[in-house]
Ligand binder design. Structure first.
Ligand code: A3P
Length: 320
């Protein structure tokens, strides 16, 4: 199937042309944020859709009605995409706004704003692999060819939405953003949010104490009330209690989201996303890069990473 090979270049960064125009990108730069807005900022493939689901659930106190009936792009539109102006202007009250733009392009629009910002980052080896597979199915992105070729473009920052390094350093080095914002990693969400991940890890203590996985999960989830969901919900001033929390956890799990047509992109026409080439909700794991990277690619990646991140205090969990 042919690719929708259109690219929109804006401030030296390329964006997929079928959903971005110069007007839509300029609209984002001059956007009037409202104090009640929640902004989800991410580099692609870092857990954007997951955070859109979490914020929707938190704001609806664990009620999945909205998550199950309205597509993610309509309830948490991407600021820079061409349909968003209409959606955002029509939304009264709290708005959830998503963006893949780098911080420097949004800094003046965010200046002085009281909008809440959640920045999600993921270890870039898993991002690169996830992005590579996404290029295969997303017909609005260029053909990725081999992983080796794609990795070169990823490391030099010539892929769509620009450099991962600039994105992560740009958003997380802003004292202003951090003061009114929340930084969270995909890996932290994975470890504390996704109940089924605990099953998968088959912890030794569960077996040692003869606990069934059901009991273990309940215990574990209770302990994790101190975890990511609590951080996110208290940041949004919507602390969840009892069933609100357990329902939110259940509906934002990988398996629940994989079955939810409002977030798994199966409703999108084949010409735009070809699900015969791969799923959007692909694996949802930490450390899957091990199955793709060669030793040589690991060496090259680590050298570029050390150089690019030498002054950045962030650390990532690469495997678990
Ligand atoms: P993989 O391709 O590694 O599976 P984004 O929404 O930023 O495009 O990120 C997509 C990535 O997040 C995909 O990664 C997807 O599977 C993963 N993801 C989405 N929802 C998830 C969830 N509930 N739990 C774990 N991973 C999730």
């Amino acid at each position: 199937m042919a690719r929708l090979d259109m690219t929109e270049t804006f401030h030296h960064i390329s964006f997929p042309g079928h959903i971005h125009t110069q007007d839509s990108l300029n609209y984002a730069l001059h956007f009037q944020f409202r104090d009640r807005d929640t902004v989800i900022a991410t580099y692609p493939k870092s857990g954007t859709t997951w955070m859109q689901e979490i914020v929707t659930l938190v704001k609806n106190r664990g009620d999945p009605q909205l998550s199950k009936t309205v597509p993610n792009w309509a309830r948490a539109p991407w600021l820079e995409q061409h349909y968003s102006a209409k959606v955002l202007e029509a939304t009264q009250g709290d708005r959830i706004i998503t963006t893949h733009l780098p911080y420097n392009l949004l800094s003046s629009a965010l200046q002085g704003s009281k909008a809440k910002v959640i920045y999600v980052a993921r270890n870039p080896k898993d991002v690169a692999v996830s992005y590579y597979h996404f290029h295969k199915m997303a017909k609005f992105l260029p053909e990725p060819n081999s992983f080796d070729e794609f990795l070169d473009s990823f490391l030099e920052g010539s892929v769509s939405y620009g450099s991962w390094f600039d994105h992560v350093k740009g958003w997380t080095s802003q004292a202003g953003v951090l003061a009114n914002g929340l930084y969270i990693s995909y890996e932290e969400m994975w470890l504390s949010l996704a109940a089924e991940n605990w099953k998968e890890r088959r912890p030794k203590d569960m077996l040692a104490f003869g606990m069934t996985s059901e009991i273990y999960l309940r215990e574990r989830m209770l302990r994790d009330l101190q975890g990511s969901m609590e951080r996110i919900s208290s940041f949004l001033h919507c602390p969840l209690v009892g069933d609100e929390l357990t329902n939110s956890l259940r509906h934002c799990s990988f398996s629940s989201m994989s079955d939810n047509a409002m977030v798994n992109y199966t409703q999108i026409p084949k010409e735009i996303m070809d699900h015969s080439k791969g799923k959007f909700m692909r694996k949802g794991k930490i450390g899957d890069w091990r199955n793709t990277f060669t030793e040589e690619q690991i060496g090259i990646f680590d050298t570029v990473y050390s150089y690019q991140m030498k002054d950045c205090p962030l650390t990532f969990m690469w495997e678990c």
